[in-house]
Design a protein around this ligand. Structure first.
Ligand SMILES: [Fe+2]
Ligand SMILES: [Fe+2]
Length: 285
């Protein structure tokens, strides 16, 4: 199939997923040290769905608070700003993954598990490295393969061909994308992140998560997501659409300065957190 013009396709898709405005506003507030719990509460309570979801989450047995929490301000005080933002972003992106194209539900669920596994891995690795903004790493992991979801939703026939070729050759999905579509999910992810006005660091991570050595000044953050992607596959947290584990990028690995013996405790922590968080977000796992 002839390669298509990626930019043209993306521009034609009016209906590219948008991040809920509330989540973007919350991200801004959380990043501003002057914000108060009351500022954050007023943004959340403007959105009835988010309000209901958040109250349900904080009153779930996952948190195990002895008393019932009936106000958003109370939830913020108990959980903290970053945890609130994280939960809301996680549930919003999850909705985006599962809201359409019901035929593909099984694939979407496995993609979701893979993304969540990578997000948790990135956070765990970041914590090991004493990286300051582990929340950012979590979000990057959650979104790293979002380009595949866009392909599945907007180019369903081509995407089926990509999946078929991947299976037939038992190869990486990214190679089949190049051949069938003429572009790859990192290309699409980059465009989507730009459309969402996400920070340059995130745009770079999405674009280079398979080649962190190309990520310039963001090599370290990108290598963290790259490694988390590989570890999530290695321990079978969901599936990224193929059964192969991509090769570890040598320069990316070196940039992390990690000793190989930390990988075992890292994957153990990933497994534990994955089952805890997945239960809260999806009610399963
Ligand atoms: Fe990927
Ligand atoms: Fe991935």
């Amino acid at each position: 199939m002839a390669p298509r013009n990626l930019k043209r396709i993306i521009n034609q898709i009016d209906d590219l997923p948008t991040l809920p405005r509330t989540v973007l506003k919350i991200t801004e507030l959380v990043n501003n040290p002057k914000s108060s719990a009351r500022d954050l509460a007023s943004v959340i309570t403007d959105d009835q769905v988010l309000t209901a979801r958040l109250l349900k989450l904080v009153n779930s047995s996952f948190y195990g608070f002895p008393q019932k929490i009936s106000t958003i301000t109370g939830a913020i005080v108990l959980l903290g700003f970053d945890a609130i933002r994280n939960l809301l972003l996680t549930t919003s992106v999850f909705n985006m993954f599962s809201s359409r194209y019901k035929d593909q539900r099984a694939i979407q669920e496995r993609f979701w598990d893979h993304s969540l596994g990578c997000a948790i891995g990135a956070k765990v690795i970041g914590t090991y490295l004493r990286y300051e903004k582990v929340e950012e790493l979590f979000v990057s992991g959650l979104l790293h393969d979002i380009g595949k979801i866009v392909e599945m939703l907007f180019l369903p026939d081509d995407f089926m061909n990509v999946m078929a070729l991947t299976r037939q050759r038992n190869s990486l999905i990214i190679l089949a994308e190049s051949e069938v579509l003429g572009f790859t999910h990192p290309d699409v992810g980059k465009l989507l992140a730009e459309k969402w006005n996400l920070p340059l660091k995130l745009v770079n991570i999405l674009e280079f998560h398979h080649q962190p050595d190309q990520a310039g000044r963001f090599i370290k953050e990108t290598a963290i997501v790259h490694l988390a992607d590989i570890l999530a596959r290695a321990i079978d947290l969901g599936s990224g659409g193929d059964n192969k584990i991509p090769a570890l990028n040598a320069e990316g690995w070196t940039s992390l300065n990690l000793k190989p013996n930390v990988l075992e405790p890292i994957v153990q922590e990933m497994e534990r957190e994955f089952h805890d968080i997945n239960w809260v977000v999806t009610g399963t796992g």
